[in-house]
Design a protein around this ligand. Structure first.
Ligand code: TAP
Length: 519
């Protein structure tokens, strides 16, 4: 079926790259025509495959989840969460205040002292298994809600975010009664109440990364979701009720950053976990300095995805595309700097442009969509500003020609070549579908350029040589290094960075350590 036969009401339309008009905020003159290939020719057009929204009932208004109950915010105010793909309001969300944060911490403290710390670890594990099962059972509801609230393609929320979130609860359930093996020879103890602040790029998954190990280790939780993506956290509150989790063990306080600050600085909160921008991470670190709290910070990144001349090129193209266009590039570990060996650069970039021309950009609810909507208008503006800076500083921009939906926040996948290491697009986290290409000649030069960043979260290596993988991986200053793959996650594997990417690890046994104090 040609793509213009979209059923009525299935807005916005998904479009395949290489259609006619150009609507990206980037200057039109910089949009190059696609180079060659198959995309756009009618045999390759996909029929619309929209996921049904019927499974989800989004309420008009949501309150705070405190002490096992839904509560109105003390200030009586609400904010609105929007569908980034349509710009339509989805629901009114309680604007939690410092007084609400105080109430939530009180509930978490009481639950810790009176219930959760007294439970046998095996009993704690049962709740975690139960939560994991419920997430699996309600996975479609969670995937649809996540996609509507965040703009990410349904294929990703369905196949990555929700299954991985369930897997984290399952994995950490297994640890709950084996904590002494996580810290051999020492006596592990919970901190008590932990305060957690999460971002908007993986709302449910970041919640799972934080809440699962915290509960397994015996802590209780007060969590603040991001203002633009609160819905799956509020749906998770319903899962807690369904799992009959004791009241106050998990509390969810929606609201602005200042409410997040009230949570993390409260003296009853013994451990803080934050994922988000480096600037807010620094503010939090300063805000709690000297209080003796545990702190883990998972901040930004500017990962190098390094392609050597002996790499399997088509495989590497797939890996580079996945590395930067997965979740619209709104990923802290995105491979946003392509380092390609000069001898293959021309050939590799030609193949990459062809592949980018095949990407389907548009309705995130369509199961064929590769690149969905940018999470918010302000994030669109940030991306637009950084892309404009790339053009102004002299880098060469290329974007596949394609229609973008007329409503919603969509940004065309963007490839920059002729990038200098001093350019802002090579240094700053863009958090969008924008790839900056830098070439290199030798292994030493690749390592030097890859490490030339203030961040240190992740990196990728593409080569057929095992010895080169080992040599380069051990020289890269990045917390996670993928070889001949990218963006692979597993609950058993630790994840985290250093330098301006933060400190501490989430995932795996290491992820438990942050939630334990051991004597
Ligand atoms: P942040 O401001 O860092 O937001 C992350 C979380 O922190 C949100 O829940 C936010 O609440 C909260 N927050 C904001 N100010 C706070 C404060 N002073 N104290 C405590 N909590 C606070 O990120 P952003 O503004 O949404 O995005 C800006 C840039 O950060 C992006 O362009 C991207 O480069 C980067 N970013 C990185 C990540 C990861 S995973 N590393 C994730 C998101 C964004 P509100 O939502 O209510 O403001």
């Amino acid at each position: 079926m040609p793509s213009d036969q979209t059923p009525k009401g299935a807005a916005p339309r998904r479009t395949t790259a290489r259609a006619a008009s150009v609507t990206t905020p980037a200057p039109a003159a910089t949009v190059a025509p696609a180079s060659s290939g198959l995309a756009g020719s009618s045999p390759w057009a996909y029929a619309p495959a929209p996921e049904s929204r019927e499974i989800v009932t989004i309420r008009q208004r949501y309150g705070l989840f405190i002490d096992g109950k839904e509560r109105a915010p003390s200030g009586g105010e609400v904010t609105i969460t929007y569908n980034p793909a349509t710009e339509e309001p989805l629901a009114e969300i309680a604007k939690g205040t410092p007084a609400d944060a105080d109430r939530a911490i009180e509930a978490a403290d009481r639950a810790y002292r009176k219930v959760w710390s007294k439970l046998h670890p095996r009993e704690r594990a049962k709740y975690l298994y139960r939560i994991s099962r419920i997430l699996q059972e309600r996975s479609r509801e969670f995937a649809v809600t996540e996609t509507m609230d965040s703009g990410k393609p349904i294929r990703e929320s369905r196949d990555v975010d929700v299954p991985l979130a369930a897997a984290h609860f399952w994995y950490y359930a297994g640890w709950a009664d084996k904590l002494e093996y996580a810290v051999p020879g020492r006596r592990p103890e919970a901190h008590g109440v932990v305060g957690q602040v999460i971002p908007w790029n993986f709302p449910l998954l970041m919640l799972a990364w934080k809440i699962a190990p915290a509960l397994a280790a015996g802590n209780t939780v007060v969590l603040k979701p991001a203002s633009t993506t609160p819905l799956t956290a509020l749906l998770f509150a319903d899962v807690c009720r369904q799992a009959e989790l004791p009241d106050g063990v998990v509390n969810i306080v929606t609201g602005p950053g200042s409410t997040g600050m009230s949570i993390v600085t409260d003296p009853r909160v013994a451990k803080v976990a934050f994922t988000g921008s480096t600037s807010v991470g620094v503010t939090i670190a300063k805000g709690i300095a000297g209080q003796g709290k545990g702190l883990t910070l998972e901040l930004g990144g500017k990962a190098a995805n390094i392609v050597f001349e002996d790499a399997a090129l088509d495989q590497a193209v797939e890996g580079v595309v996945n590395g930067i266009f997965f979740n619209q590039g709104e990923v802290c570990c995105a491979g946003s700097r392509l380092l390609v060996q000069e001898s293959i650069a021309e050939e590799f970039l030609a193949r990459l442009r062809d592949r980018m021309s095949m990407l389907r950009i548009g309705d995130p609810m369509d199961k064929n969509t590769d690149v969905g909507a940018i999470n918010s208008k302000s994030q669109m503006e940030t991306i637009g500003e950084l892309v404009a800076s790339g053009v102004a500083e002299g880098a060469q921009i290329w974007q596949p020609a394609c229609d973008l939906p007329t409503r919603g926040w969509f940004f065309r996948p963007t490839l920059f070549t002729n990038v200098a290491q001093s350019h802002r697009i090579a240094r700053e986290e863009i958090f969008g579908p924008v790839l900056a290409t830098i070439t290199f000649r030798t292994v030493a030069e690749a390592i030097e350029k890859a490490n030339n960043t203030a961040y240190g979260l992740s990196a990728g290596i593409w080569t057929e040589k095992g010895s080169r993988i080992l040599q380069v991986a051990s020289a890269l200053k990045a917390g996670v290094v993928w070889a001949n793959t990218f963006n692979r996650f597993d609950p058993t594997a630790p994840f985290g960075g250093y330098k301006e990417s933060g400190y501490g690890r989430e995932g795996g046994m290491q992820g438990l350590h942050a939630y334990l104090r051991s004597s």
